[in-house]
Design a protein around this ligand. Structure first.
Ligand code: BAL
Ligand code: ZN
Length: 873
């Protein structure tokens, strides 16, 4: 199929003024009557056809102004309904369709999950319910009537406010009518019908409007929704305080569903969540889960303004809502927790998920210019890099300028479907700043590499920074231009303080932000009386790779002394990366002992946030190292180097880390999910990791004791990973104990699956295949598939990349197996091939053959899977 192009955008010839939907819900035979008030757009030709999208639809009838159309008056296929030239300028179009939600395994449109009817319409799921202009620029108010069996489906939820409900006399059915007054595109439509329990809270907005907040879960899970509710209330307050945005309906409903392709969905007034991002209690959810719930609940809530009230003109603008909303949820979590720790976590995620995408065959701009399958563009580039661009705008304009720009954006575009140009123009107009050059970040793919060389001239008292930038070619973009790169910096003196300077030449510098906007710039700082160590890209002020001529000793200095916590962490990562890469090549660098001692100092530094200490003690992952090496990668050599350095750290610091581990033991058994208590658990588990890696029998014993005494999932899971991945005594009993404890809880069992699927030891693939026969596993549940197959392919560098190609063949086979049922899920796991070209030649050949086998299988592929396989090759 031909790709869809941004430059081809055309508004529809007709507008939809009003949508009235009537659902008669039945698992195998649901009928939908859609009444649309249609008006020809001003300026559109009177002869213009109305052409609506469908997907796999069965049409039962079509009327114009209540008069059935004769067959020759329209054409209908499962994917399209066309009325050649409607006679009137304004008319009511009634469309009847029927569906079998029980057979909907794609989890797009209307489907049934554990007996509950639910919907997923973004991006193009509404067209699987009824024929419609299923595109984000057609906005209308919706009224939804639902009728269903009262006993099986006592809860009936729709968008907006409930206007009417009652029993259908003489039947065992009841009905509810919901009205959403805010015009919205079809992708924000939702309904839920099921037998669900709920928890409620009364919220009052800062201007005094009451809102009922409800979270719906399966019966018995009510208390596990408390943290999500707490997160929701805090998010609502934060958006009022930080962005001046209030909620706008009488009720806000959230529903947890167990079969869900995405993390969650921001449908207007009726958010639907993957239950992984709602359910939490200390026994089944880790600290990472608590943090994840907090940020996803906030993210979906924040979409109410950035996504719903102001939506996207077309799917090319997806980052307009996603990048911006990720930025907003990151800021929320930073305010609720530790800002530097949150920034480090966000950068880790960006580098782990987005940098490899940007450096491989799936690279695309933050605002793509073409796509074949929009589902494949819910990517780390749109989301995480998109958020980085918003962050850079804030860095360039400052706090006040940023807020002024956001206010203007809300004022100008509320109720509209907007573009990136509209967004940027709001900042330009609000602050008088020219952001034309900045727009290149939206259209140019690839991660720039910034190179910095510092030279100090003692006599002239100058520090010269020679900066350059380069972005490698990406698919369809052979030539790259220089970008505007804000580099936050400090020049660190021996005492750890930033030195001042009298003047600077060669770049615009605003406070501590230097602008690199050419391919090369030489920047001279004058009046510098002692040789400083430049600390560049503080707070990770731009999504770039930084290479500098700082020595390992300079980096060790920054690791211990930089006033910017992010760069202290980054310096530790840079040193560890160099040590590990050298080890993977068979060399040990002399600075290793100093590095390990510096880690020991950070571990014990009680002036630092405990969560920060835990992060600073974490070595770059094997995947991080593969990305840094970039070509001819041998995952086994990296894995060995990683194991060896962890063992070296454990051995050199053993007694010291053990004492600290004991000292940090919890004083009582109460569980506190807050950031500070989670930070202590993170540090203690990190220390345990080194004690385990040391090879000391005592350390191994501590791991088993940690597992046995754990009163929360974070500790239990950390110990289980060590027992399993290091093959420590007690591993088999621990795996069995975990399984016995959690066998009825699918989310906890996902963790048990993932621990085993990510074990770096040989034999894991056979174990993965066995796990897919476990009673708790299901090929139709996306969370289960991701916890086994996804975890193995994306989270097990050594075994997925086994030199015999067995991991690649397994991914190809499972992709084909899943594709017929759930194309989105199949395409998503197939993304694990995205870095195959950076591997050594033998593995490259095997990966390429596996990818080709998907295209040559003879099986009819979904557009989702075909698109990823073709682009990867
Ligand atoms: N809009 C899809 C789910 C999310 O990003 O919130
Ligand atoms: Zn989102």
């Amino acid at each position: 199929a031909a790709p869809i192009l941004l430059k081809d955008y055309q508004p529809t010839p007709y507008l939809i003024e009003k949508v009235d939907l009537d659902f008669r819900l039945n698992p195998t035979h649901t009928t939908v009557r859609s009444k649309l008030t249609v008006r020809r757009r001003e300026g559109a030709a009177a002869t213009a056809a109305i052409e609506l999208d469908g997907d796999d639809l069965k049409l039962d009838g079509v009327c114009v102004d209540d008069i059935p159309l004769a067959e020759e008056e329209y054409t209908a296929t499962p994917d399209r309904l066309m009325i050649p030239a409607p006679a009137a300028e304004r008319f009511e179009l009634t469309i009847d369709t029927s569906l079998d939600p029980s057979k909907n395994t794609q989890l797009m449109g209307l489907y049934v999950s554990s007996g509950t009817f639910c919907t997923q319409c973004e991006a193009e799921g509404f067209r699987r319910i009824t024929y419609f202009y299923d595109r984000p620029d057609v906005l209308a108010p919706y009224t939804t009537r639902m009728t269903a069996n009262k006993k099986a489906y006592p809860v009936l939820l729709g968008n907006g406010n409930l206007v009417e409900s009652g029993d259908v006399t003489g039947t065992d059915e009841h009905y509810a009518v919901w009205h959403d007054p805010h015009p919205k595109p079809s992708y924000l439509f939702a309904l839920v019908a099921g037998n669900l329990a709920h928890i409620s809270t009364d919220y009052t907005t800062s201007s005094g409007s009451p809102v009922k907040l409800n979270i719906y879960v399966e019966h018995g899970n009510e208390t596990r929704a408390d943290w999500a509710m707490d997160s929701l209330v805090r998010s609502m307050r934060w958006d009022e305080q930080v962005f001046g945005r209030e909620y706008d309906l009488d009720v806000f409903n959230v529903v947890a569903i167990s079969d869900f392709n995405m993390g969650a969905m921001e449908n207007k007034g009726l958010n639907i969540f993957n239950d992984k991002y709602i359910l939490a209690d200390p026994d089944t959810a880790s600290d990472a889960d608590y943090a994840g719930i907090e940020s996803v609940v906030a993210h979906e809530y924040f979409h109410n303004w950035t996504g719903n009230r102001i939506t996207c003109r077309d799917w090319f603008q997806l980052c307009l809502k996603e990048g911006l909303t990720v930025f907003r949820d990151q800021e929320f979590s930073a305010d609720e927790r530790s800002r530097p720790v949150k920034r480090i976590a966000d950068v880790q995620r960006l580098k782990a998920a987005q940098f490899p995408e940007d450096g491989g065959p799936l690279a695309h701009p933050v605002r793509p210019e073409q796509y074949k399958e929009i589902n494949n563009f819910y990517t780390a580039t749109i989301y995480e890099k998109g958020a980085e661009l918003v962050r850079m705008i804030k860095t360039l304009l400052g706090e006040r300028g940023f807020r002024k720009g956001m206010d203007l954006y809300f004022e100008r575009h509320d109720g509209e479907a907007a573009t990136i140009e509209d967004f940027i123009k709001s900042f330009e107009d609000a602050t008088g700043t020219d952001l034309r050059h900045f727009m290149l970040w939206y259209s140019q793919a690839g991660t720039p590499t910034v190179t910095a060389e510092a030279t100090y001239d003692a006599q002239a008292q100058t520090l010269t920074l020679t900066l350059s930038q380069e972005t490698r070619p990406t698919p369809n973009q052979p030539q790259k231009k220089p970008l505007v790169i804000p580099i936050r910096f400090g020049l660190v003196a021996a005492n750890g303080k930033d030195v001042g300077y009298s003047k600077v030449e060669g770049a615009t510098v605003n406070a501590d932000v230097l602008l690199l906007n050419e391919a090369q710039q030489t920047v001279v700082f004058h009046g510098i009386s002692e040789k400083p160590v430049p600390s560049l890209l503080r707070e990770f002020s731009a999504p770039v790779n930084l290479r500098s001529n700082l020595s390992l000793d300079d980096q060790l200095f920054l690791m211990g002394r930089d006033s910017d916590p992010f760069n202290r962490w980054q310096a530790a990562q840079t040193v560890a990366t160099r040590l590990l890469i050298s080890r993977s090549r068979g060399e040990n660098l002399p600075q290793e002992a100093s590095f390990i001692d510096a880690l020991g100092e950070i571990a014990a530094d009680t002036c630092l946030d405990t969560a920060f200490r835990a992060l600073a003690l974490q070595l770059p992952s094997e995947a991080d190292l593969a990305r840094e090496i970039g070509e001819n990668v041998d995952p086994d050599a990296i894995g060995r180097a990683h194991e060896d350095l962890r063992a070296a750290i454990g051995q050199r610091l053993y007694g010291y880390l053990r004492d600290l581990y004991v000292e940090l033991a919890p004083k009582d058994s109460r569980f506190d999910p807050g950031a500070s208590a989670a930070g202590v658990r993170a540090l203690r588990n990190r220390l345990l990791g080194y004690l385990a890696a040391s090879g000391e029998a005592e350390g191994h014993g501590l791991v088993k004791a940690h597992f046995d005494s754990a009163n929360n999932m974070t500790d239990r899971l950390s110990a289980l990973v060590l027992l399993d991945h290091l093959n420590l005594p007690g591993k088999t009993e621990a795996l069995a104990a975990f399984e016995a404890r959690h066998k009825t809880d699918h989310l906890a069992m996902d963790k048990w699956f993932t621990v085993q699927a990510t074990c770096p030891a040989p034999g894991t693939l056979a174990r993965v295949k066995e796990l897919t026969n476990h009673p708790a596993f299901s090929w139709t549940n996306p969370n289960r598939v991701r916890s086994v197959v996804g975890a193995f392919c994306a989270g097990n560098q050594r075994q997925f990349n086994a030199p015999d190609g067995s991991g690649y063949d397994y991914l190809a086979e499972t992709t084909l197996q899943i594709d017929g049922k759930n194309p989105q899920l199949a395409a998503r796991i197939l993304n694990s091939f995205r870095s195959w070209r950076s591997l050594e030649a033998g593995r490259q050949e095997k990966a390429k053959a596996a990818l080709k086998s998907i295209l040559d299988s003879g099986q009819e592929l979904s557009t989702d899977t075909k698109d990823i396989a073709e682009r990867c090759l």
